[in-house]
Write a protein that binds this ligand. Structure first.
Ligand SMILES: Cc1ncc(COP(=O)(O)O)c(C=O)c1O
Length: 396
């Protein structure tokens, strides 16, 4: 099946992932795109150089390698255009810089990825942009927070570390009525499990570092815009001189081919571990949107096609002084779970999350919050590992 075959839109997700992107026949039949390393691009004559009337003009403005990935992401997101940036964090900050100016106001979900909050509270503030944080459960009620100068509403669902869901369609409808652009950090679900633009979002943001790359060895971000917002996003991207590297773009393109299969495994294993944790007396709560007990479960079920491999649980502790010692004892007893940030790779990870930045979605009172990224290992081994963690925490 070639990339020009319309029947692809109806194909299953793994078929689409295997065949998206440029046609191999554009590269002499080689199934993967070439890795083009470039700054300079030559023009055939002075006239073409003056008018820039050719497909490629300079390395920062795209190459066949970055285009291959952008085309693939556009197919997945249903977007008018995608830009690549060097990390997931830049995938958040570039659209903020594209759509916000001095004197504007932005609404940011309180369960946001912490470095996004830091960017808002430092850089945006310095640029004269005011920010308010809102409750992820607000839905259409966001109307009460909109000011005449509100230009951007940023969503992230599920939220970082505590996994609150959001009614993306309701929030987008209200934001659009007031002329604000809606951005969404969709890293958790990937466009395989949620397509933000279908729910009214203007700009879908992805840390391709996570599931698309999938092997904990690449940093890359993608920003995908609808037709209305694409020209401004592209202009800002070019003005900032930000671009994705050819090798990282190639690796992410490669990762996309297996992402559906990996996600299915992450989903299955994470749900098995989450349900097992829910039955334990030493666990106060499991924060996973696909569990029926989770407050945002109905929204997840209504809008999402699946769940990925990262969630949190609250380790039961009888007093706040024990939160940190218990969390540390638990983490230090783990053998297969690495202690590390990031996620979306093949290996399991655990972290004691800090929620001190929250203004509305406060930290649970029952104990420390431990975030687990469930990798591709065998679930029985992971449970054994976690059992050792619980035994160590119980001894504190
Ligand atoms: C939800 C979310 N968005 C964005 C990022 C940033 O991605 P990167 O590590 O590529 O900067 C992360 C990283 O952990 C994340 O969890």
């Amino acid at each position: 099946m070639t990339s020009h075959d319309n029947s692809k839109d109806e194909a299953g997700v793994n078929t689409r992932l295997a065949h998206l992107g440029p046609s191999p026949h554009d590269f002499h039949g080689f199934v993967n795109p070439p890795v083009v390393h470039a700054s300079t691009v030559l023009f055939p004559n002075a006239r073409t150089m003056e008018t820039r009337d050719q497909k490629y003009t300079y390395g920062t403005r795209g190459t066949p390698t970055t285009d291959a990935l952008c085309d693939a992401i556009n197919e997945l997101e249903g977007s008018a255009g995608t830009v690549l940036v060097p990390s997931g964090l830049t995938a958040v900050t570039v659209p903020f810089l594209a759509f916000l100016s001095a004197g504007d106001h932005a609404l940011i979900v309180d369960s946001v990825y912490f470095p996004t909050r830091h960017f808002c509270d430092t850089m945006l503030k310095r640029l004269g942009i005011s920010v308010d944080y809102y409750d992820p459960a607000i839905g259409a009620g966001i109307e009460t927070l909109i000011k005449p100068n509100t230009r951007l509403v940023h969503t992230e669902a599920p939220g970082s570390n505590t996994f609150e869901m959001q009614d993306i369609a309701a929030i987008s409808a209200v934001a659009h009525r007031h002329g604000a652009v809606v951005t969404m950090d969709n890293t958790w679900a990937t466009p395989v499990y949620f397509k933000p633009l279908d729910f009214g979002v203007d700009v879908s943001i992805h840390a391709a570092t996570k599931y698309p790359a999938g092997h904990s060895d690449v940093l890359l971000g993608t920003v995908s815009a609808n037709a209305a917002t694409w020209p401004q996003l592209l202009e800002t991207h070019g003005t900032l001189g930000i671009c994705g590297s050819p090798d990282d773009s190639y690796q992410v393109m490669r990762g996309l081919r297996t992402m559906g299969v990996r996600l299915a495994r992450h989903q299955e294993s994470a749900l098995a571990v989450a349900s097992w944790l829910e039955g334990r007396e030493d666990v106060a709560r499991v924060l996973h949107p696909a569990l029926p007990s989770f407050p945002g479960h109905d929204l997840w079920k209504r809008d999402f096609k699946g769940s990925s491999g990262i969630f949190s649980f609250v380790l039961a502790a009888d007093s706040p002084e024990k939160f940190k010692p218990k969390a540390h004892a638990f983490l230090d007893a783990l053998r297969y779970f690495g202690l590390g940030y990031s996620w979306g790779g093949y290996e399991s990870l655990a972290v004691h999350v800090g929620l001190g930045d929250r203004r509305i979605c406060k930290a649970p009172a029952e104990g420390p919050v431990l975030r687990l990224q469930i990798g591709l290992e065998d679930v029985a081994d992971l449970k054994k590992d976690l059992d050792a963690g619980f035994a160590a925490a119980a001894a504190v």
